[in-house]
Design a protein around this ligand. Sequence first.
Ligand code: CP
Length: 307
Amino acid sequence: MHPKHFIEAQQFDVDLLNSIFKTAREMEQVVQHYGSNILGRRVMATLFYEPSTRTRLSFESAMIRLGGSVVTTENAQEFSSASKGETLEDTVRVVAGYSDVIVLRHYESGASQRAADVSEVPIINAGDGAGQHPTQSLLDMYTINREIGRLESISIALVGDLSHGRTVRSLCYLLAKYPNPKIYFVAPESVRMKSDIKEYLTRNEIEFSEVDDLHQIAGEVDVLYQTRIQKERFGEDLEQYEKARGKYIVDESVLKCMRDEAIVMHPLPRVDEIDPLIDSDPRAAYFRQAHNGLYVRMALLKMLLAD
Ligand code: CP
């Protein structure tokens, strides 16, 4: 049975993951043949309290390509009745009356669970503060499988802002679902991976280590997953942000250390942590990764809403 809400990466088991990836692969064909009408008459609401390019637009495109319709409020903090003091719970109760599924991005960790607690329709977590971004980790795993050809025994370096990075947090949970992953955490001192994820990996006997030298481990990995240092999560403490920024840049010198069949991923947006000069290298997979978000989100919507 499919879950009603998609809130956190831990909730997916391997059978469900494999089913989502199989459907996503079918969605590649659907898009090639100009879409489908399986979600005709269905309505998706996108409620975004934080900025987004990829997540919101790929969900909206996914719904439209499956024949459904979209109602949306971007910048909901300013342009919805949140600006008049309406609570998230009240907004969700109301929007659930207008739609068949709500895709929610919010600046507070745990917001999607709060929404799910009061919603009559499925809630999809599209990123909650520094908490999780489960649909990003689904498209990340789909990309790893498409590019590397397997999901077991993946060796991966997670680089950059691991403390605030909801994408890498969700990805750790999904990597741990498959046999023998090996994870390297490569982060500036002030934004190291939090203890809850390290404890989860330890409990599940997943091999991981924290390393300082990106060049040293670049040759060891199948996937180098770079992330942006998230200025917006530092508040007033811009000194810490400046210290963390620029420590790890993926450029030609890093690519030279990597294997020919390894890939560079990034959830995007990037600022300066990947040199654009490497974009034309076939190992630069981040734009293909963003594109895969469409197929994975089509698969999720089909799973939740198709009759
Ligand atoms: N990767 C990601 O979540 O991108 P957006 O913030 O543009 O949605």
